[in-house]
Design a protein around this ligand. Structure first.
Ligand SMILES: [Zn+2]
Ligand SMILES: [Zn+2]
Length: 286
């Protein structure tokens, strides 16, 4: 909720081909991006989990930067109820001389974005304000089985595209079935759980995720506090990951009372081994 010398406030950048999607935009995000060598002008969407200041106070600075740096895209901002007022207030908080084309989308539970590669769905969390988690779900892909096609002497040919679409073909009088000549590569799933109290419903939403990025504000000693302020303890985060049969867990959003988050990592690892605590500028390739 407060930046420390070691850690900035919450913001995660998700990149997939031409899509650069920022999840939350805590104060100082544009500077963090510069240190990380990322161009803020490449962002095309921003997802807001909820309207608490620690998650959105970087928006004004970022939008101002985009305006001053010839941002020619439309910036799509998705967020819970109240989005129009909150963003309007941010834009009225100082003199913005350069206009940025912004489109605001109020989200509810369900599908919020889809392209040919992946889709994003939101699910309700249990926080003191209306708050959403997000799933980024990659679509399954049909890949060509090169070895199988080599048996037919088929290397590069437009017909291979047909196989990839799932259609059977005839090649030199022989029928080749798409089912045999292609392999289905299962799409990956990344889940974001930022700001919530423990809730069994979350487990269903993040089921079998390849990666869960999850808040762990407190250690389990402060379970009562976590319950009161609707946040998670490291142990609860690991319980979600374990029950959801996720593959990997990254903890984030730590209370400033933990200058060293090793104890949170240790607590989570007891139940879910593949846990890491996030640090600023951490990069993960899935
Ligand atoms: Zn927060
Ligand atoms: Zn919050």
């Amino acid at each position: 909720m407060q930046p420390t010398k070691e850690r900035n406030l919450s913001s995660v950048l998700f990149s997939y081909s031409s899509e650069n999607i920022l999840i939350d935009c805590g104060e100082g995000t544009q500077r963090q991006m510069k240190i990380a060598g990322l161009k803020p002008t490449r962002i095309n969407r921003i997802l807001i989990t909820h309207w608490h200041g620690d998650h959105v106070l970087g928006l004004g600075g970022l939008i101002r930067y985009l305006g001053a740096n010839e941002y020619n895209n439309t910036l799509y901002i998705y967020g819970p109820k109240g989005i129009k007022d909150y963003v309007k207030n941010i834009l009225n908080s100082c003199v913005f001389t350069d206009n940025v084309k912004i489109e605001l989308i109020e989200i509810k539970e369900g599908l919020i974005f889809e392209n040919k590669d992946f889709y994003i769905e939101s699910f309700r969390l249990n926080h003191t304000e209306v708050c959403y988690g997000f799933n980024f779900i990659e679509k399954d892909k049909r890949r060509i089985n090169v070895k199988y096609l080599a048996k037919f002497g088929l290397k590069t040919h437009p017909l291979i595209g047909e196989l990839q679409k799932g259609k059977d073909i005839v090649w030199q009088n022989k029928k080749i079935k798409s089912r045999d000549a292609t392999i289905i590569a299962k799409g990956k799933k990344i889940s974001f759980i930022i700001d919530t109290g423990f809730d069994e419903n979350i487990i269903k939403s993040v089921k079998e995720a390849n990666l869960i990025i999850c808040e762990a504000t407190y250690s389990d000693e402060l379970k009562e506090k976590a319950m009161k302020y609707k946040h998670l303890t490291a142990k609860q985060a690991s319980e979600i990951a374990k029950k959801a049969k996720a593959k990997r867990l990254i903890l984030t959003h730590f209370s400033q009372r933990y200058p060293d988050v090793k104890e949170l990592e240790k607590e989570s690892k007891k139940l879910f081994k593949n846990t890491t605590c996030a640090k600023d500028f951490m990069k993960i390739i899935l």
